[in-house]
Design a protein around this ligand. Structure first.
Ligand SMILES: Cc1cc2nc3c(=O)[nH]c(=O)nc-3n(C[C@H](O)[C@H](O)[C@H](O)COP(=O)(O)O)c2cc1C
Length: 202
C-alpha cells in the first residue's frame, strides 16, 4: 500500500517523553513530546521539534532549561491530561496529579515516577515558520535503579518505556521488546574497534 507522506509516524515507533519546564513566573508545566531524538553518538545533545503554540517552548526560550522525563507504560493515562490545551497559569503537575522530582543542576523539576531524567539547557534553536527545532545539552542524566540490571544496563522489561505510533484515527501506545540480538559498536569498523569507545568510560 502507498500512504500519504504525512503518515510517517504511523511506521516509526516514537518514544512518548514528558517535557517538564517552569515559567519565568515559577509555574510548572508538563507536555508529552514524541518528536525527539539524540543527536549522534557520542554527543550530549538532544533535539526536539516543537510547534510554536506551546507553553513548553515559551518556557524553554525564556528560562533556557527543561527536563526530558522518560516514562514507563503506567504514564499512558497522563498523556491526554498534559496534552490538552491549558492556560499558561495552570500548574500542570497539580492538574495531572504528578509529583515533582527536584533537579540538581537546573530550576525546572523532573517528574517523580519517571525511569530517567535528562536535565537540559538550551543549546541552540533552529527556527522555521511552523516549528522550532530545540537543541538541548544534557547536563545531567539520572536513571532510577529499578530500571537497571545489576550491571547498570538499561532493563527494558522493568522500565517498559512508553512509546507510540500514530494512525489515521489517533495514538496507539506500545512498548519495546528485546529480540535477544546484540552487536558491539566496533562491528561497524574494519578493525573491529569502536573509535568512540573511550568517550563512554567514566
Ligand atoms: C503522544 C503525544 C506526543 C506529542 N509530541 C509533540 C511534539 O513532539 N512536539 C510538539 O510540539 N507537540 C507534541 N504534542 C502536543 C503537545 O503535547 C500538546 O500540544 C501540549 O498541550 C503542549 O503543552 P504546553 O502548551 O503546556 O507546552 C504531542 C502530544 C501527544 C499526545
Amino acid at each position: 500500500m502507498i500512504f500519504k507522506p504525512v503518515m510517517r509516524e504511523a511506521f516509526i515507533p516514537l518514544p512518548v517523553t514528558f517535557i517538564s519546564t517552569i515559567s519565568r513566573d515559577g509555574i510548572r508545566n508538563i507536555a508529552p513530546y514524541s518528536c525527539i531524538m539524540p543527536v549522534l553518538r557520542p554527543l550530549d545533545l538532544i533535539c526536539l521539534a516543537s510547534a510554536w503554540k506551546r507553553d513548553t517552548l515559551v518556557n524553554i526560550r525564556e528560562t533556557r532549561e527543561f527536563v526530558v522525563n522518560m516514562v514507563g507504560v503506567s504514564f499512558s493515562d497522563k498523556v491526554i491530561p498534559t496534552a490538552k490545551f491549558t492556560s499558561p497559569e495552570v500548574d500542570e503537575f497539580e492538574l495531572a496529579g504528578l509529583d515533582e522530582k527536584p533537579s540538581e543542576m537546573i530550576r525546572a523539576p523532573g517528574i517523580a515516577g519517571s525511569y530517567a531524567w535528562m536535565e537540559c539547557e538550551l543549546f541552540r534553536e533552529y527556527i522555521e515558520s511552523d516549528y522550532v527545532l530545540v537543541m538541548g545539552k544534557v547536563l545531567r542524566l539520572e536513571v532510577a535503579d529499578e530500571a537497571l540490571t545489576s550491571e547498570g544496563d538499561f532493563n527494558i522489561h522493568k522500565a517498559r518505556p512508553l512509546m507510540m505510533t500514530g494512525s489515521k484515527k489517533g495514538i496507539h501506545f506500545c512498548t519495546v521488546t528485546d529480540i535477544g540480538a546484540f552487536e558491539p559498536f566496533g562491528a561497524m569498523f574494519p578493525d573491529g574497534k569502536d573509535p568512540l569507545a573511550e568517550k563512554y568510560t567514566s
